[in-house]
Design a protein around this ligand. Sequence first.
Ligand SMILES: NC(=O)c1ccc[n+]([C@@H]2O[C@H](COP(=O)([O-])OP(=O)(O)OC[C@H]3O[C@@H](n4cnc5c(N)ncnc54)[C@H](O)[C@@H]3O)[C@@H](O)[C@H]2O)c1
Length: 367
Amino acid sequence: MTDTMALRVGLIGVGGVCRAVHYPGFSRIPGVDIAALCDPDAALLAQRREEWGVAATASDVDEFLRHDLDAVVIATPNHLHRRLIEKVLAAGCHVLCEKPLGMDLAETIAIYRLASASGRRHMTAFTYRFVPGMTYLKHLVDSGALGVVRHARVQRLQDWGEKAIGWRQYRAQAGLGELGDMGIHRIDYAEDLLGPIGSVCASMKQLLPRDQTKEGVACPPQDVEDWVAWIAEFDSGATCVFEMGKLSKGRGPGGDHDLAELNGTEASAVYHLHTPHEVLFARRGEPYQPLPVPPEFLARPGSPRDPAVGDPVVTFRYDQAWEFVSAIREGRDCVPSFYHGMRAQAVAEAVVTADRQRRWVDVPRVP
Ligand SMILES: NC(=O)c1ccc[n+]([C@@H]2O[C@H](COP(=O)([O-])OP(=O)(O)OC[C@H]3O[C@@H](n4cnc5c(N)ncnc54)[C@H](O)[C@@H]3O)[C@@H](O)[C@H]2O)c1
């Protein structure tokens, strides 16, 4: 395998996240050819073909997979992930799939086992691992700068408005609401920082019907949660309080809030998505001070992305494609892989059970 091994990459589902993250990520990597697109929305597919200059397009996945691809990105609504992963792996391709990987834990375990047995590279799109401030926070934890982390808090608060939000509000297509949309990323990075979560207690609320589209047309009401909170106990002994909500007034565009704060025996540190090139840091007895992220953490090693170019709240996301391509070229596992997608789903399932049964629940261990 060489550093610039040529790769033909196909994109399935060319909607929001594909436009914002996957296309710009893959299109800047030398040696990568975005060779084919797949989406059943004919108008959108024609638009992307024009915008991105990709001639090979298909509404049907079997036709798409005939384009001799090395690797495929799956960025469709969640209920389609499993079927598409099965087809992509059967065609012999490496696969990067959006989160949540599956609709529930049983499905996610099946996906993970299939991918592990395939010999192909597999990656879950846990994009927030690639925020420079998050990469640096992990370095601070791993290097012992915080001492032993005793407790932590993770918050994702946004205002998506009160109208319908498409497939995301239906259990049959999304599996989970806010927990699967925003929570699953935070489960992943919390386990990356602090190790496995052993048990949780939780509360989930559906606050609205969302039975009108943004255009004011009646639509079926939602059947998933808008808000979720849980306390997690880690195997390390640390605890973390999580809260996520899509109806947090004041946290709308521009006020969108994403925070992780760790309190250790020697020091505390805070990651905030919206200041991705610094963290807050304080040793015992000191107030927080901004700490610039050192240059070696501003982009992944070898990434073609210049962290000084573009909006850093957006552009870090392109390093996800670089990790996938690098793992294929280097013949190593992707980080995060489908294993991490399955782990996050196990914790999410425990959160759901804890809310329903109103008690502490152990996270199922999957060998
Ligand atoms: N990692 C992240 O930060 C992040 C951000 C946003 C969304 N997501 C995830 O990405 C996925 C897509 O979300 P989105 O916001 O882009 O949704 P979207 O609705 O904007 O786009 C989904 C696209 O999939 C297409 N599609 C539907 N059925 C298909 C099929 N059978 N074959 C191929 N394409 C099909 C739709 O036509 C649409 O263009 C979801 O799993 C979501 O959870 C992840």
